[in-house]
Design a protein around this ligand. Structure first.
Ligand code: SAM
Length: 289
């Protein structure tokens, strides 16, 4: 297990355990849905050939491998993740792709030695889970070269993310976040950086400059209505509450599933669900030195 800040230990257990399993199961949708949001961000703020690039919370390393291609043989891409299982999978996939300029590190971004200095830092949905976001952002900034560039993608508010909002409204009628659970939780959660003012202030306190946020709305492909229902009952806020209730919610799961299915129907065209999804593309720079 990675050396983690005590406050991130439970989230690490969640990411290396049940959440890893769910990401494996829903990878095709996650890769498509997050993929388009990440691609737009990386195209708007690309690394330069020869850059040394860092990918925060890299997961399976899809974006790390893309960074490795963009920086070219003269550059290098490093992915870091707190979950051993993600890091192992990312290393195997990069080796299978035959990429020589990519490597992965295991570590809690809040406290780890990140290596560097990096000219460019990227993250697709990997910066919202730190117990202390300012400490983590400060650690990232300290690993950057003078005038190094940061580009991170985070979810905007749930209300504009119909792909999770509808399911959460349904689950909320039946279950609240349980006070007692044996399941590990994933920290502040995927929507913890949705507030533009809060995240700008966090970056500012961490020492970043030229902070800009751009809203990006792109629908999330979720497969058939049944697949979309499964997805929201496994990932996101509704999935998280159901996971924490575990077997205790077994009896009402069918009713919840049928209500979520009905709520998602508004986003279905020809049997395929494409629900609203909205992110912030955040860019900033490290001081010139
Ligand atoms: C929502 S997933 C995103 C994965 C990947 N960036 C992608 O877009 O497919 C969040 C990732 O952040 C990682 N993570 C969570 N807390 C972390 C921490 N403190 N340090 C490093 N990685 C962390 C998780 O293990 C997980 O792989």
């Amino acid at each position: 297990m990675a050396d983690v800040a005590p406050a991130n230990a439970e989230a690490t257990e969640a990411w290396d355990g049940p959440l890893f399993d769910r990401w494996v199961r829903f990878r095709p949708f996650v890769a498509d849905g997050l993929g388009t949001h990440g691609d737009v961000a990386m195209a708007a703020h690309p690394p330069r050939p020869g850059d040394r690039a860092l990918d925060i919370g890299c997961g399976f390393g899809d974006t790390t491998r893309r960074l490795a291609e963009l920086v070219g043989a003269a550059g290098e891409a490093v992915g870091i993740d707190v979950s051993e299982r993600f890091v192992e999978a990312a290393g195997e996939e990069a080796a299978a792709a035959g990429l020589a300029n990519v490597s992965f590190r295991l570590g809690d971004v809040q406290i780890a030695d990140l290596g560097g200095p990096y000219d460019y830092v990227f993250s697709r949905m990997g910066v919202m889970f730190f117990a202390n976001p300012v400490a983590a952002l400060r650690n990232i900034r300290a690993a950057m070269a003078p005038s190094g560039r940061l580009c991170v993608v985070v979810w905007r508010r749930k209300l504009d993310n119909g792909w999770v909002w509808e399911a959460e409204q349904v689950v909320d009628q039946y279950l609240q976040h349980p006070e007692e659970t044996d399941e590990p939780t994933c920290g502040p959660g995927p929507f913890s950086m949705a507030n533009a003012d809060t995240v700008s202030e966090q970056l500012h306190i961490a020492g970043f400059e030229a902070i800009e946020l751009r809203r990006n709305d792109l629908p999330m492909p979720m497969g058939t209505l049944d697949q979309a229902t499964d997805l929201t009952m496994a990932l996101g806020p509704a999935g998280e509450v159901l996971r924490l209730w575990g077997d205790r919610a077994e009896e009402i799961r069918p009713r919840i599933a049928s209500e979520i299915r009905a709520a998602l129907e508004q986003f279905a065209v020809d049997g395929k669900v494409r629900a609203p999804a909205s992110t912030w593309i955040i860019s900033a720079t490290a001081p010139a030195g």
